[in-house]
Design a protein around this ligand. Structure first.
Ligand code: NDP
Length: 263
């Protein structure tokens, strides 16, 4: 039986095992997917190979370490410099980022998105910004502090901190900050958000399983809203395709969605 795993610290809260095991079961693929709490991210490649894992997902705070330790990084992950998926290819560790395409798939239900305001500049924002840029969708980053903007500027992405931001019209506003995850904060000033919402059509929050203050305010202002469940699901579906080297159909992805909802 093949072994798969999610590395994180903490990892106890992760729903990836129930989602991926539902996928394996549906595909009748002989594999098991478990949680692995990894304290030291710099040991990720050694741990992966020593445990004979065939594939892995990587979550906070190890995505950058996973990128730096891989034998080969494929696709947009080379630019993002963070990965969430490992595959064992004949003893070589191959790395991908499926958060970026997972996000693009999650926003497919929003029609005619040509411009996006992306709140936050952390690891998830890097994946989302580059995915949008690659899809020729105009993206502007707005972050609380200046420090993390350098990455975006180097990639030619318009980016502001709260201090120097001048809003324009955006079709979609995305919250990729952790505001609203474990607290009830908005990701930026309420009046500013309401001004932006007046002109926007859609709001997306990477946080899943709850209506955050951001989504609630967007809804009050008449926007169509969506939480991060589909992003989590689709990054998982794409990872499962790499794990099993086959296309995953709608029936399997819906079984994975049901898996997510368990427990
Ligand atoms: P990081 O820690 O890398 O970045 C956090 C970002 O949030 C920073 O830009 C930080 O700004 C900003 N921030 C934090 N608190 C506040 C606040 N109170 N007000 C305004 N800005 C704030 O996090 P990640 O990028 O890894 O994750 C971001 C979110 O995305 C999390 O909620 C995570 O759960 C979610 N996520 C969802 C996924 C899914 O599949 N649905 C996948 C991955 C992540 P500053 O630079 O000023 O500190």
């Amino acid at each position: 039986m093949e072994k798969f795993v999610i590395f994180g610290n903490p990892v106890a809260h992760s729903k990836s095992p129930q989602m991926q095991n539902a996928g394996f079961e549906n595909l009748k693929y002989n594999a098991v997917y478990e949680k692995h709490q990894l304290l030291d991210g710099s040991t990720i490649k050694k741990t992966f190979l020593e445990n004979n894992y065939q594939g892995a997902n990587i979550t906070v705070p190890h995505k950058e370490h996973a990128y730096a330790n891989a034998d080969e990084v494929r696709g947009l992950a080379q630019k993002i410099q963070a990965v969430n998926t490992y595959i064992n290819e004949n003893g070589k560790v191959i790395a991908y980022n499926t958060d970026a395409p997972g996000f693009l798939k999650a926003i497919e239900s929003f029609k005619d998105v040509k411009s996006v305001l992306l709140l936050g500049a952390g690891g998830t924002a890097k994946a989302i910004a580059l995915a949008l840029q690659e899809s020729n969708i105009d993206v502007t980053v707005l972050n609380r502090s200046e420090g993390k903007l350098e990455f975006f500027k180097k990639e030619g992405i318009t980016s502001y901190s709260w201090n120097n931001f001048k809003p324009k019209k955006y079709d979609l506003v995305v919250n990729s900050t952790s505001a609203g995850l474990k607290d009830e904060y908005l990701p930026c000033d309420k009046e500013l958000l309401e001004e932006i919402f007046k002109e926007a059509k859609y709001a997306f929050d990477c946080v899943y399983g709850k209506i955050t203050p951001f989504l609630s305010l967007a809804q009050k202002n008449g926007l169509e809203i969506k939480d991060g469940e589909d992003m989590l699901l689709y990054q998982g579906v794409l990872a499962l395709e790499y794990f099993t080297k086959q296309k995953v159909n709608e029936k399997v992805s819906e079984a994975m969605r049901e898996g997510l909802k368990q427990g």
